[in-house]
Design a protein around this ligand. Structure first.
Ligand SMILES: [Zn+2]
Length: 106
């Protein structure tokens, strides 16, 4: 009986310890999350250049820093994207047109 009681006590003690640790963990988690949130808030106050990722002022209208290199790169990318879109449209029209043509024949 005595040993059983002490075992119970031991279990209770370790349970208390676990609970305390869990509470501590929750607290640190809370702190960490709050820290993360405040960090993201700070991050919202600035933008990054689309090309080089440099920090730029949020009041800047464009998505780029003022470097000519980035502007050139961006324009090049834009041209490539435009061309790609054009090809996509041509492809879609070709496929659709081909299907319509086939349907017309059948
Ligand atoms: Zn840049």
């Amino acid at each position: 009986m005595v040993s059983g009681k002490s075992l119970k006590d031991a279990v209770k003690k370790s349970a208390d310890k676990l609970a305390k640790n869990a509470a501590k963990g929750a607290e640190t988690m809370k702190k960490a999350t709050v820290g993360k949130y405040s960090n993201s808030k700070n991050l919202k106050d600035h933008k990054h250049c689309r090309e080089c990722g440099k920090m730029i002022s949020p009041s800047t209208d464009g998505l780029l820093c003022k470097s000519q290199e980035c502007i050139d790169k961006f324009e090049k990318n834009l041209k490539v994207k435009k061309q790609l879109r054009l090809w996509m449209i041509v492809l879609v029209i070709a496929i659709l047109g081909g299907n319509l043509f086939q349907m017309g024949i059948i």
